[in-house]
Design a binder for this molecule. Structure first.
Ligand SMILES: *Cc1c(COP(=O)(O)O)cnc(C)c1O
Length: 350
C-alpha cells in the first residue's frame, strides 16, 4: 500500500434513493412532490437574464433570505440559506457540534446524520424510538453534545407534538437542538414558534418536498441571530457562493404563491388519506402518516420481496436494510393515477 492511500479519509457515503432515468415509471422512492413547482417560479426561470450568469451570485442571498424572513415573520438576520437542507444541516453539524460528548438522534431516522457525524468526527449516540417508533423525550435528557431530530421523522412519517419537542428543548438549554422540518408542511405546528423562546433552537426547512423544487437545491434554517452568524462564519470559511442565481430567483418567486402552495399540499394530503385507507384494506400496517409518504409493512409479506416485485413493474419505492425496519416500505405519495398503478400492481402480488 502506498503512503498516500493510507492517509486518505475514508467514509461510507449516504446512499441516495435511486434516480432511474426512465421515461415511464412510477417514482415513489425519494419523497419528491408529484406536482410542478409554482408557475411563478417557472416564470422567474423563463424570464431570467442569462447574461447575468457571468457574475457571481450574491453570497448573502439577500433577495431570498429577505423573502424567507418576511414569509415567516422573523428578522433577516435569523435566516440562513444553503444548497438544499442537506447542505444547511452539514454546515450546522460543523458549526455547532464541537463537543467531546455525543450528539443525539433517533436510532431510526434520516440516515445522513450518522454519515455527517462520521465524516466530521463527531461522536454520536442514538436513543431508541419506542416500539411504535415514537420519541420518548426523556431519552434526550442526559448529557450530550447537541441534538438533531426530524419532525415529522423520516422514514416513519410520524409527527411528534410540539410539547414533546419543547420538553426536549427545556432539558437541553446548553447545547444546540436542530429540528429538521423537511416535511412539516404536510404535518402540524412548526417548532418555528419556539425560536424566540429558545436561543439554542435551529429549525431547518427545504424547498425540495412541499415546494416541488428538489431539482433546484434550496434549503434554509431559522434561529436566533447569534446561531445564524456562527453558521454564516463557517459557510464563508468553506464556500461563499452557495446558491446560484437561478435558484435564488426561482426560490424567491415560489414564496409569493401561497395559494398554489397550499392547494398542492391539500391535494397530497387528500391522496395520502385515500392511500392509507386502501393500504389498510390490503392488510398493511403503518404508523399514522404526517409527511408525504407512508411507512408500511405487510404482516404476511417480506419488504424485500415487495420491493423487487414492484421494481419489475417500474414502480419504485424505498426500502432500508436496517434491522428494525427491514420489512417496511417507504412509499411516497404521488398523483392519484400513480397511486392507482401502485394498487393495481399490489393486487397482483401473490
Ligand atoms: C429530503 C430530506 C432532507 C434533504 O432535503 P434537501 O433539501 O433536498 O437537501 C433533509 N432531511 C430530511 C429528513 C429529508 O427527508
Amino acid at each position: 500500500m502506498k503512503l498516500w492511500q493510507d492517509k486518505i479519509r475514508r467514509v461510507t457515503p449516504y446512499t441516495p434513493g435511486e434516480q432511474p432515468q426512465k421515461a415511464r415509471m412510477v417514482k415513489l422512492n425519494t419523497n419528491e412532490n408529484p406536482y410542478p413547482p409554482s408557475p411563478l417560479a417557472a416564470e422567474a426561470i423563463r424570464r431570467f437574464d442569462t447574461d447575468r450568469l457571468r457574475l457571481y451570485p450574491d453570497p448573502a442571498m439577500t433577495e431570498l433570505v429577505e423573502a424567507l424572513a418576511a414569509y415567516h415573520g422573523v428578522a433577516a438576520d435569523m435566516v440562513f440559506a444553503g444548497v438544499g437542507s442537506d447542505d444547511v444541516i452539514a454546515m450546522a453539524f460543523q458549526t455547532y457540534f464541537n463537543s467531546d460528548k455525543p450528539i443525539l438522534f433517533p436510532d431510526v431516522t434520516y440516515s445522513f446524520y450518522s454519515v455527517w457525524a462520521e465524516l466530521f468526527g463527531i461522536p454520536y449516540a442514538r436513543p431508541k424510538l419506542d416500539a411504535e417508533f415514537r420519541i420518548d423525550a426523556s431519552t434526550y435528557f442526559g448529557e450530550n453534545g447537541g441534538i438533531i431530530i426530524p419532525n415529522p421523522n423520516a422514514p416513519t412519517s410520524i409527527y411528534e407534538p410540539l410539547e414533546s419537542i419543547e420538553e426536549i428543548l427545556r432539558h437541553n438549554r446548553d447545547v444546540v437542538v436542530i429540528i429538521d422540518e423537511a416535511y412539516i408542511d404536510f404535518a402540524g405546528a412548526s417548532a418555528l414558534e419556539l425560536v424566540d423562546t429558545y436561543d439554542n433552537l435551529l429549525v431547518v426547512r427545504t424547498f425540495s418536498k412541499s415546494r416541488s423544487m428538489a431539482g433546484m437545491r434550496i434549503g434554509y434554517a431559522i434561529g436566533c441571530a447569534e446561531l445564524i452568524k456562527a453558521l454564516n462564519d463557517v459557510k464563508y470559511s468553506f464556500n461563499s457562493y452557495t446558491l446560484n442565481r437561478l435558484s435564488i430567483a426561482a426560490g424567491t418567486a415560489s414564496l409569493k404563491d401561497e395559494a398554489y402552495f397550499a392547494a398542492q399540499i391539500e391535494k397530497i394530503k387528500a391522496t395520502r388519506a385515500k392511500t392509507a385507507a386502501r393500504l389498510k384494506d390490503m392488510g398493511f400496517v403503518f404508523p399514522e402518516p404526517a409527511a408525504n409518504f407512508i411507512f408500511a409493512r405487510h404482516p404476511q409479506r417480506r419488504g424485500e420481496d415487495l420491493l423487487a416485485f414492484l421494481r419489475e413493474r417500474d414502480i419504485y419505492v424505498r426500502h432500508f436494510k436496517e434491522e428494525r425496519i427491514r420489512e417496511y416500505l417507504r412509499i411516497t405519495i404521488g398523483t392519484e393515477e400513480e397511486m392507482e398503478q401502485l394498487f393495481c400492481a399490489l393486487a397482483e402480488y401473490q
